[in-house]
Design a protein around this ligand. Structure first.
Ligand SMILES: [Zn+2]
Length: 315
Protein backbone atom coordinates (compact mmCIF):
# COMPACT_ATOMS: atom_id res chain seq x y z
CA UNK A 1 0.00 0.00 0.00
CA UNK A 2 1.09 3.56 -0.71
CA UNK A 3 0.27 6.32 1.76
CA UNK A 4 -1.33 9.31 0.04
CA UNK A 5 -1.65 12.89 1.28
CA UNK A 6 -3.55 15.63 -0.50
CA UNK A 7 -3.02 19.12 0.91
CA UNK A 8 -5.46 21.74 -0.28
CA UNK A 9 -6.41 25.19 0.97
CA UNK A 10 -9.73 23.89 2.31
CA UNK A 11 -9.13 20.27 3.22
CA UNK A 12 -6.28 17.88 3.97
CA UNK A 13 -7.02 14.26 3.03
CA UNK A 14 -4.95 11.17 3.73
CA UNK A 15 -5.49 7.59 2.65
CA UNK A 16 -4.03 4.32 1.50
CA UNK A 17 -3.92 3.41 -2.18
CA UNK A 18 -3.56 -0.11 -3.59
CA UNK A 19 -0.99 -0.68 -6.39
CA UNK A 20 -3.71 -1.02 -9.05
CA UNK A 21 -5.06 2.47 -8.26
CA UNK A 22 -7.82 2.10 -5.71
CA UNK A 23 -8.31 4.26 -2.60
CA UNK A 24 -8.81 1.67 0.16
CA UNK A 25 -9.30 3.98 3.13
CA UNK A 26 -9.47 7.75 3.48
CA UNK A 27 -9.66 10.30 6.30
CA UNK A 28 -9.63 14.10 6.24
CA UNK A 29 -9.72 17.28 8.28
CA UNK A 30 -10.17 20.97 7.55
CA UNK A 31 -6.93 22.81 6.72
CA UNK A 32 -8.04 25.66 9.01
CA UNK A 33 -8.15 23.31 12.03
CA UNK A 34 -4.33 23.05 11.98
CA UNK A 35 -2.85 26.35 10.77
CA UNK A 36 0.67 25.44 11.93
CA UNK A 37 2.42 23.10 9.46
CA UNK A 38 4.16 21.21 12.27
CA UNK A 39 0.81 20.43 13.95
CA UNK A 40 -0.78 19.60 10.59
CA UNK A 41 2.08 17.19 9.79
CA UNK A 42 1.66 15.49 13.16
CA UNK A 43 -2.10 15.08 12.59
CA UNK A 44 -1.50 13.75 9.07
CA UNK A 45 0.96 11.20 10.49
CA UNK A 46 -1.54 10.14 13.18
CA UNK A 47 -4.30 9.62 10.60
CA UNK A 48 -2.04 7.67 8.25
CA UNK A 49 -0.88 5.56 11.17
CA UNK A 50 -4.51 4.88 12.06
CA UNK A 51 -5.25 3.87 8.44
CA UNK A 52 -2.32 1.49 8.44
CA UNK A 53 -3.40 -0.03 11.81
CA UNK A 54 -7.03 -0.43 10.73
CA UNK A 55 -5.96 -2.35 7.63
CA UNK A 56 -3.05 -4.06 9.41
CA UNK A 57 -0.83 -3.31 6.44
CA UNK A 58 2.66 -1.80 6.11
CA UNK A 59 3.30 1.35 4.05
CA UNK A 60 5.69 1.15 1.07
CA UNK A 61 6.11 4.91 0.99
CA UNK A 62 4.19 8.18 0.98
CA UNK A 63 3.20 10.41 -1.91
CA UNK A 64 2.06 13.99 -1.40
CA UNK A 65 0.13 16.30 -3.70
CA UNK A 66 0.16 19.86 -2.37
CA UNK A 67 -1.42 23.04 -3.62
CA UNK A 68 1.50 24.99 -5.08
CA UNK A 69 4.03 26.36 -5.45
CA UNK A 70 6.16 23.62 -3.94
CA UNK A 71 9.73 22.46 -4.55
CA UNK A 72 9.37 18.81 -5.63
CA UNK A 73 13.12 18.19 -5.45
CA UNK A 74 13.70 19.31 -1.84
CA UNK A 75 10.14 18.47 -0.74
CA UNK A 76 9.57 21.99 0.58
CA UNK A 77 6.34 23.98 0.61
CA UNK A 78 6.95 27.46 -0.80
CA UNK A 79 4.94 30.69 -0.62
CA UNK A 80 1.43 29.25 -1.06
CA UNK A 81 -1.33 31.83 -0.85
CA UNK A 82 -3.77 29.26 0.57
CA UNK A 83 -1.29 27.97 3.20
CA UNK A 84 -0.06 30.98 5.18
CA UNK A 85 2.74 30.05 7.59
CA UNK A 86 3.91 27.02 5.57
CA UNK A 87 6.56 28.83 3.49
CA UNK A 88 9.86 26.93 3.77
CA UNK A 89 8.35 23.95 5.62
CA UNK A 90 10.19 20.74 4.64
CA UNK A 91 7.08 18.56 4.51
CA UNK A 92 8.73 15.53 2.88
CA UNK A 93 11.50 15.37 5.54
CA UNK A 94 8.91 15.77 8.29
CA UNK A 95 6.69 12.95 7.00
CA UNK A 96 9.69 10.65 6.53
CA UNK A 97 10.76 11.41 10.10
CA UNK A 98 7.28 10.89 11.58
CA UNK A 99 6.37 7.71 9.70
CA UNK A 100 9.75 6.11 8.98
CA UNK A 101 9.25 5.51 5.24
CA UNK A 102 10.34 7.45 2.16
CA UNK A 103 8.13 10.25 0.81
CA UNK A 104 7.88 12.40 -2.33
CA UNK A 105 5.87 15.51 -3.17
CA UNK A 106 4.57 17.30 -6.26
CA UNK A 107 2.25 20.19 -6.98
CA UNK A 108 -1.34 18.89 -6.75
CA UNK A 109 -2.11 19.53 -10.44
CA UNK A 110 0.92 17.43 -11.42
CA UNK A 111 -0.14 14.73 -8.97
CA UNK A 112 -3.69 14.52 -10.37
CA UNK A 113 -2.26 14.49 -13.91
CA UNK A 114 -0.08 11.49 -13.06
CA UNK A 115 -3.14 9.60 -11.80
CA UNK A 116 -5.26 10.47 -14.85
CA UNK A 117 -2.40 9.42 -17.14
CA UNK A 118 -2.03 6.08 -15.37
CA UNK A 119 -5.60 5.11 -14.51
CA UNK A 120 -7.97 7.70 -16.02
CA UNK A 121 -8.75 9.81 -19.09
CA UNK A 122 -5.11 10.34 -20.12
CA UNK A 123 -4.21 6.68 -20.65
CA UNK A 124 -2.20 6.15 -23.83
CA UNK A 125 -1.40 9.85 -24.26
CA UNK A 126 2.18 10.93 -24.94
CA UNK A 127 1.48 14.70 -25.00
CA UNK A 128 -0.93 15.06 -22.11
CA UNK A 129 -2.35 18.26 -20.62
CA UNK A 130 -4.34 18.12 -17.42
CA UNK A 131 -6.33 21.16 -16.32
CA UNK A 132 -7.95 21.38 -12.91
CA UNK A 133 -10.72 23.96 -12.54
CA UNK A 134 -11.98 24.59 -9.04
CA UNK A 135 -11.01 27.13 -6.39
CA UNK A 136 -8.11 27.92 -8.71
CA UNK A 137 -6.94 26.74 -12.12
CA UNK A 138 -3.90 24.47 -12.37
CA UNK A 139 -2.31 22.98 -15.47
CA UNK A 140 0.09 20.07 -15.78
CA UNK A 141 1.96 18.88 -18.85
CA UNK A 142 3.19 15.29 -19.08
CA UNK A 143 5.54 14.32 -21.91
CA UNK A 144 5.70 10.53 -22.35
CA UNK A 145 4.29 10.24 -18.84
CA UNK A 146 6.96 12.44 -17.26
CA UNK A 147 6.13 15.78 -15.61
CA UNK A 148 7.45 18.73 -17.60
CA UNK A 149 9.49 20.95 -15.24
CA UNK A 150 10.76 24.46 -15.77
CA UNK A 151 14.07 25.95 -14.63
CA UNK A 152 15.04 24.80 -11.15
CA UNK A 153 12.24 22.23 -11.19
CA UNK A 154 9.57 24.94 -11.26
CA UNK A 155 5.96 24.05 -12.09
CA UNK A 156 4.76 26.37 -14.88
CA UNK A 157 1.65 28.33 -13.88
CA UNK A 158 -0.41 28.17 -17.07
CA UNK A 159 -3.54 28.64 -14.95
CA UNK A 160 -2.37 32.24 -14.60
CA UNK A 161 -1.91 32.95 -18.32
CA UNK A 162 -3.30 36.38 -19.17
CA UNK A 163 -6.62 36.11 -20.99
CA UNK A 164 -7.82 39.74 -20.75
CA UNK A 165 -5.19 42.22 -19.58
CA UNK A 166 -7.92 44.70 -18.66
CA UNK A 167 -9.49 42.15 -16.29
CA UNK A 168 -9.43 41.96 -12.47
CA UNK A 169 -6.19 41.88 -10.46
CA UNK A 170 -4.95 38.46 -9.32
CA UNK A 171 -2.60 37.58 -6.44
CA UNK A 172 -0.18 36.18 -9.09
CA UNK A 173 0.67 39.73 -10.14
CA UNK A 174 -1.26 39.66 -13.43
CA UNK A 175 -4.57 41.24 -14.35
CA UNK A 176 -7.21 39.19 -16.12
CA UNK A 177 -5.40 35.87 -15.82
CA UNK A 178 -7.27 32.61 -16.50
CA UNK A 179 -7.82 31.81 -12.82
CA UNK A 180 -9.19 35.22 -11.94
CA UNK A 181 -11.67 34.98 -14.84
CA UNK A 182 -12.68 31.31 -15.01
CA UNK A 183 -12.18 29.59 -11.62
CA UNK A 184 -15.26 28.67 -9.55
CA UNK A 185 -14.94 31.70 -7.22
CA UNK A 186 -14.40 33.97 -10.25
CA UNK A 187 -17.67 32.78 -11.79
CA UNK A 188 -19.56 33.22 -8.51
CA UNK A 189 -18.04 36.67 -7.91
CA UNK A 190 -19.09 37.85 -11.37
CA UNK A 191 -22.66 36.60 -10.84
CA UNK A 192 -22.88 38.36 -7.45
CA UNK A 193 -21.52 41.63 -8.84
CA UNK A 194 -23.87 41.61 -11.80
CA UNK A 195 -27.19 41.05 -10.08
CA UNK A 196 -29.29 43.96 -8.99
CA UNK A 197 -31.95 44.65 -6.39
CA UNK A 198 -34.67 42.35 -7.69
CA UNK A 199 -32.57 39.25 -8.15
CA UNK A 200 -29.55 40.02 -5.93
CA UNK A 201 -27.45 37.06 -4.88
CA UNK A 202 -26.02 36.76 -1.35
CA UNK A 203 -22.29 37.56 -1.08
CA UNK A 204 -21.52 33.97 -0.07
CA UNK A 205 -23.11 32.48 -3.22
CA UNK A 206 -20.92 29.61 -4.47
CA UNK A 207 -20.13 28.52 -8.02
CA UNK A 208 -22.22 25.39 -7.36
CA UNK A 209 -25.19 27.62 -6.44
CA UNK A 210 -24.72 29.70 -9.60
CA UNK A 211 -24.91 26.47 -11.62
CA UNK A 212 -28.11 25.44 -9.81
CA UNK A 213 -29.65 28.87 -10.48
CA UNK A 214 -28.63 28.71 -14.15
CA UNK A 215 -30.44 25.39 -14.48
CA UNK A 216 -33.58 26.97 -13.04
CA UNK A 217 -33.38 29.81 -15.59
CA UNK A 218 -31.92 32.65 -13.49
CA UNK A 219 -30.86 35.17 -16.19
CA UNK A 220 -27.64 36.43 -14.56
CA UNK A 221 -26.57 32.91 -13.55
CA UNK A 222 -27.06 31.84 -17.18
CA UNK A 223 -24.88 34.76 -18.31
CA UNK A 224 -22.24 33.73 -15.74
CA UNK A 225 -22.23 30.23 -17.25
CA UNK A 226 -21.90 31.64 -20.78
CA UNK A 227 -19.00 33.81 -19.58
CA UNK A 228 -17.39 30.78 -17.93
CA UNK A 229 -17.66 28.77 -21.18
CA UNK A 230 -16.08 31.62 -23.13
CA UNK A 231 -13.10 32.15 -20.84
CA UNK A 232 -12.57 28.43 -20.32
CA UNK A 233 -12.55 28.01 -24.11
CA UNK A 234 -10.05 30.84 -24.66
CA UNK A 235 -7.65 29.33 -22.12
CA UNK A 236 -8.00 25.85 -23.63
CA UNK A 237 -7.35 27.29 -27.10
CA UNK A 238 -4.16 28.96 -25.86
CA UNK A 239 -2.91 25.70 -24.34
CA UNK A 240 -3.69 23.68 -27.48
CA UNK A 241 -2.09 26.36 -29.68
CA UNK A 242 1.08 26.37 -27.59
CA UNK A 243 1.52 22.65 -26.92
CA UNK A 244 -0.50 20.66 -29.53
CA UNK A 245 -1.33 17.91 -27.02
CA UNK A 246 -2.91 14.62 -28.11
CA UNK A 247 -5.15 14.65 -25.02
CA UNK A 248 -6.47 17.37 -22.73
CA UNK A 249 -8.41 16.33 -19.64
CA UNK A 250 -10.27 18.70 -17.34
CA UNK A 251 -10.86 17.91 -13.68
CA UNK A 252 -11.54 19.79 -10.46
CA UNK A 253 -14.70 20.70 -8.55
CA UNK A 254 -16.24 22.95 -11.20
CA UNK A 255 -16.07 20.18 -13.80
CA UNK A 256 -18.79 18.31 -11.88
CA UNK A 257 -21.10 20.87 -13.55
CA UNK A 258 -19.34 20.69 -16.91
CA UNK A 259 -22.42 19.75 -18.93
CA UNK A 260 -23.44 23.40 -18.50
CA UNK A 261 -20.38 24.86 -20.24
CA UNK A 262 -17.85 22.33 -21.60
CA UNK A 263 -19.39 21.87 -25.08
CA UNK A 264 -19.47 25.62 -25.62
CA UNK A 265 -15.93 25.99 -24.24
CA UNK A 266 -14.75 23.41 -26.81
CA UNK A 267 -16.57 25.27 -29.59
CA UNK A 268 -14.85 28.52 -28.55
CA UNK A 269 -11.48 26.72 -28.40
CA UNK A 270 -12.00 25.11 -31.80
CA UNK A 271 -12.82 28.45 -33.43
CA UNK A 272 -9.47 29.83 -32.20
CA UNK A 273 -7.25 26.91 -33.21
CA UNK A 274 -7.19 27.04 -37.01
CA UNK A 275 -3.41 26.64 -37.29
CA UNK A 276 -2.99 23.52 -35.16
CA UNK A 277 -4.55 20.04 -35.46
CA UNK A 278 -7.41 20.71 -33.03
CA UNK A 279 -9.24 17.60 -34.24
CA UNK A 280 -6.37 15.42 -33.08
CA UNK A 281 -6.84 16.51 -29.46
CA UNK A 282 -8.91 14.18 -27.32
CA UNK A 283 -10.70 16.58 -24.92
CA UNK A 284 -12.63 15.13 -22.01
CA UNK A 285 -13.50 15.17 -18.37
CA UNK A 286 -11.27 13.60 -15.75
CA UNK A 287 -12.30 10.00 -15.10
CA UNK A 288 -11.14 9.60 -11.52
CA UNK A 289 -13.50 12.10 -9.89
CA UNK A 290 -13.08 12.84 -6.21
CA UNK A 291 -10.45 10.09 -5.82
CA UNK A 292 -8.01 11.82 -8.21
CA UNK A 293 -6.11 13.83 -5.55
CA UNK A 294 -5.26 10.79 -3.39
CA UNK A 295 -4.61 8.52 -6.37
CA UNK A 296 -2.37 11.27 -7.75
CA UNK A 297 -0.49 11.59 -4.47
CA UNK A 298 0.14 7.84 -4.44
CA UNK A 299 1.30 7.98 -8.06
CA UNK A 300 3.82 10.69 -7.13
CA UNK A 301 5.63 8.26 -4.85
CA UNK A 302 5.31 5.35 -7.30
CA UNK A 303 6.76 7.45 -10.15
CA UNK A 304 9.67 8.58 -7.98
CA UNK A 305 10.42 4.93 -7.14
CA UNK A 306 10.20 3.92 -10.80
CA UNK A 307 12.64 6.75 -11.62
CA UNK A 308 15.11 5.59 -8.97
CA UNK A 309 14.86 1.97 -10.16
CA UNK A 310 15.44 3.06 -13.78
CA UNK A 311 18.44 5.22 -12.81
CA UNK A 312 19.97 2.35 -10.85
CA UNK A 313 19.53 -0.08 -13.74
CA UNK A 314 21.30 2.38 -16.09
CA UNK A 315 24.32 2.93 -13.84
ZN1 LIG B 1 -3.39 34.92 -11.62
Amino acid sequence: MTGAIDIGGTKIAVGLVAPEGRVIICKSFSTHEEPSPTCAARRIAELLDRCRSELATPLDGIGIGCTGPVDPITGTVEDVDLLPGWNGFRLVDEMQHLLGVSAAMENDADAAALAEAQWGGGRGSTRFLYVTVGTGIGVSLLLDGIIYRGAGGAHPEAGHQTIDASGPVCYCGATGCWEVLASGPAMARWAIENTYKDDSLPLETSAREVCRLARSGHPVAKLAIAREAHYLGVGIANLIGMFCPDCLVLGGGLMEESELFLDEACRVASSRCKLVPFGAVRIGKAALGSEAPLLGAARVWQMRQEGITKAMSCS
